[in-house]
Design a protein around this ligand. Structure first.
Ligand SMILES: Nc1ncnc2c1ncn2[C@@H]1O[C@H](COP(=O)(O)OP(=O)(O)O)[C@@H](O)[C@H]1O
Ligand SMILES: [Mg+2]
Length: 264
């Protein structure tokens, strides 16, 4: 299960002021409202893309959902239960550079399967996840022997091995080159269609949201409110631009040649 509901969720931060006024007294602390009355519902198995200006509170919201931070008021329910702290059992936060450098790809993925006892069963699953992210042949490589994109894919395989109900990804494609970004986006879409997990993704790329999301939620500037919450009920693979011109057909051909099947 992976149903998420926020009810009038607010988060304020207190800015401790270091400046003094004319009389030499410290200025009072300042309250900064970051999230204001956020009401969103994420269905079990839905992939929701969050868009919004930098600093509006997207990462803060993800941290609260993962239980690493706490709201100032309002509530957040996961499968109907209010969350009170980090719940590693059903939520996994996908991190960049989350691989352990002294372990191989295989060992890193194996870490995710900590609750599985049966060795043969474990071996089959690890192989499955590694193949799903197209890293077969690199099982014995250490992270430093992989390109940035391959490292990110290995991290994805590990996230899948944990088999969480909810996968949280905060700008998962940042720092990747354009083609790797597109390939990885395809992989996330395929993985989502295959495994049907609830996924929350923060991205600054509008095309990411249109191509991947079952729903797009747009936040305003701080204090942040939901400006748009729209279901994207379009079949995959999604084509965003009209592909009529000769030049865009050539563009498609080049993308295909470079390993991206569905160029936007
Ligand atoms: N622990 C904190 N203490 C004080 N302010 C914070 C803290 N965490 C985040 N903020 C502030 O909250 C705002 C939203 O931050 P963040 O959630 O990282 O934004 P986004 O991910 O949308 O770019 C920023 O202005 C940031 O400075
Ligand atoms: Mg952020």
């Amino acid at each position: 299960m992976g149903h998420i509901q926020t009810e009038n969720l607010c988060r304020e931060f207190v800015n401790h002021r270091k400046k003094k006024d004319e009389d030499g007294k410290f200025l009072p602390d300042e309250k900064v409202s970051v999230l204001e009355d956020i009401n969103i519902e994420v269905e079990d198995g839905e992939m929701v893309c969050l868009l919004g200006p930098s600093g509006c509170g997207k990462s803060t919201l993800l941290r609260i959902i993962a239980g690493f931070d706490k709201q100032t008021s309002g509530s957040i329910l996961i499968d109907g239960k209010e969350i009170t702290g980090p719940s590693s059992d059903n939520i996994f936060v996908f991190q960049h550079s989350g691989l352990l450098p002294w372990m191989t790809v295989w060992q890193n993925v194996e870490l995710g399967l900590r609750n599985m006892e049966e060795v043969e069963e474990k071996r089959v699953e690890i192989q499955e996840y590694i193949e799903m992210v197209e890293l077969d042949g690199f099982e014995d490589h250490y992270p430093h022997q992989l390109s940035g994109g391959m490292q990110r894919r290995a991290e994805l395989a590990r996230a899948l091995a944990v088999n969480p109900d909810i996968l949280i990804m905060d700008e998962p494609f940042s720092g990747l080159d354009f083609l790797t970004h597109m390939k990885m986006r395809e992989e996330v879409v395929n993985m989502h269609q295959f495994l049907g997990k609830t996924i929350l993704i923060v991205t600054h790329d509008i095309d990411d949201a249109l191509i991947m999301g079952d729903r797009v939620v747009v936040f305003s500037k701080r204090p942040s409110q939901v400006k748009m919450n729209r279901k994207l009920d379009f079949p995959h693979p999604r084509i965003v631009f009209n592909k009529q011109t000769e030049l865009s057909q050539l563009r498609d051909e080049l993308f295909l040649m470079l390993g991206v099947s569905y160029a936007v």
